[in-house]
Write a protein that binds this ligand. Sequence first.
Ligand code: SAH
Length: 566
Amino acid sequence: MTRKAPAIVILGKGSLATARKIQQLYPDALVHGLAGRVEDVDCSYREFGATLRQLYQQDTPIIALCAAGIVIRTLASELLEKGVEPPVLAVAEDGSAVVPLLGGLGGVNVMAREIAAGLGVAAAITTSGELRFGTCLLNPPSGYALADLELGKRFVSDLLAGETVRIDGEAPWLAQAQLPQSEQAQLAIHVGCDARAVSDNELVIYPRCVMVAITAVSAQLATTVREALASAQIAEPALACLLASESLMADPALHAAAAELGVALRFAVDAKSASALAAQAMPQLLPPQALTENLAIVVSSQPIDPVQIGRARGRLAVIGLGPGAAEFMVPAVKAELARANDILGYETYVRMAGPFRADQVMHCTDNREEMQRARHAFELAAQGRSVVVVSSGDPGVFAMAAAVLEALHESTNPRWHAVDLQMLPGVSASLATAAQAGAPLGHDFCVLSLSDNLKPWSIIEKRLDLACQADLALAFYNPISRSRPWQLGRALEIVRQHRTAQTPVVLGRDIGRPGQTLRVVTLGDLHPEMVDMRTMVLVGSSTTCQFARAHAEPWVYTPRWYPVQD
Ligand code: SAH
């Protein structure tokens, strides 16, 4: 079974050495440490309970270096609903005990044994079937699927009660198990991909050794595939993947069918028939059974690993990290970062998006090379990789989303256009800053970048003047930089022609990042020296007001209403 990389969670310095030892067994695993108690970990968390529950919900295997009781109590609320159940283990701080707690069907005992072996101790295995037979029959390895879990449990209890068993078909992993085998046995483990009625005295395991090749998408494709398998007397769980022509890569009906069948979708260069497509992707195989011109079934003698067949549809996600702090990053972005093969972006933001696993490739570039970065992202995604382009804040606000679309718009490469392109939003600096100050953008507002790198200064002046005439609150991104020293001063001259000196101005610097500062000043007191390129400038409208807040900068807000004008 391909498992997600586990999370090794520790509470203090005392368990770091054991955590690192376990990490050597799982090089992709990250060590999560409680902020303030232990430095020098791969990620810091603030709240043990919330962190553990989130990992659990994300189906991440958990190795917690603390008392089993703490883990049980923390996850108790999650256990009532029978959803995903990742392996969860408690390991003694000093590495002297390894206790598998949850996720028997997710391979927790296998992990417990691996960790115990690494630490030189015995795992505390309590699962009877596993103790007796040395393997969990109900958790076949990757490439095999159990037909029915409930029947399987009954089967294992019969075996535990002393029945003997015979094995039909190829089950290499069962060779090491200490099963009470006998040719005359009533009970049988049947391994095969044929469709058959499962009887009470057999445990049916399907090898996932079937592939269906498709060169045209019909309505109800999933049903067509099911019918084709049924007519070939093949059990549906034996289906490992769908293989389709590259020209169908972006077809939503095809993706819907693969999702409905719950199998991977792979692609190969277009061929004149489905059998030719299949033969091209798996030349080592017996000739495929062509059911129609556009649909062929391939049955392999071994389980098929979809990753080895053709290639995947590439994915390119342009993500927003939010202003900086991890808790302001949307969950979809976190999930996207976890699945990424490649991460591209300005170095500061790529580092902020990490830490990454050893198998993930970081491509850090200079902040000015946006178009080149966008094209590089498409090249990688078009190879079938999962690529993330990182922006701070929101990717659609003066950031990479538009550059990526510009690169795609200019391209005639069909492979680029077939990439699964997604923009995932983030909390933009103006909104993060506004939230800290109160609600300065609580009414109509205008967002402007004061950078004249990509637009003439005259258009900035014109937009500023009109926005001020319209009495909009203003949010200035890129307010100043070493190469643009005078622009902010000129912009403020324009604003001052329309707004009074008392107009509140919010300055947010490094909001959501270490050392953040928030200042509230008036337009009259605002000087360009108070602002740098890491600052967000929010200028109020005529109705924006402020009032004192205890031990902090005043609250600033723009009311939702507007005075009636005669
Ligand atoms: N896509 C980003 C903006 C990129 S433009 C977003 O949506 O936030 C870069 C400008 O954004 C900076 O010059 C600064 O004005 C502002 N900015 C970005 N992050 C900031 C932060 N954490 N605090 C204050 N301003 C920030």
